[in-house]
Design a protein around this ligand. Sequence first.
Ligand code: FES
Ligand code: FES
Length: 157
Amino acid sequence: MTTHRTIEFTLNGRPVTVHAGNHQNLVELLEGQGLFGARESCGQGLCGCCTVIVNGAAVSACLTMTTLVDGADVRTIEDIGPDGQLDVVQQAFIDTGAFQCGFCTPGFILMTRQLLDAHPNPTDDEIRHYLSGNLCRCAAYTEIIKAVRLAAASRKG
Ligand code: FES
Ligand code: FES
């Protein structure tokens, strides 16, 4: 049985109040807010296409029920650049051609930011390990590794 409850949370820095169903996941909630960067693909927590940041941690929005974000801070790909500009990780993915269809790209970019926040100078093995939960059906992995290396260098300035 579907029931509804009021959910209050912070979405990309602004307070949001929604009336959400108990079966609604975070991807659907974000789409209702006009945000389509988190894409539902596998729907099983296996591909990383739906990655968003909740209270500073990367989560699969397809497996996150709306009730779990009540009171949380939610950040999406739409809000990672400063003042509407591209983040250096986004720019690095563009400069290295690290995507083809782009369906997986928001998840890879968010996870790359998480990686570089924790490990500013990752080795290629660390990059592969950290991004192992993100799948790219276009197999742009070689370019994605290059993008992460470039982003790491750009962050160091
Ligand atoms: S759609 Fe959520 S992990 Fe694949
Ligand atoms: S660029 Fe197409 S799925 Fe990754």
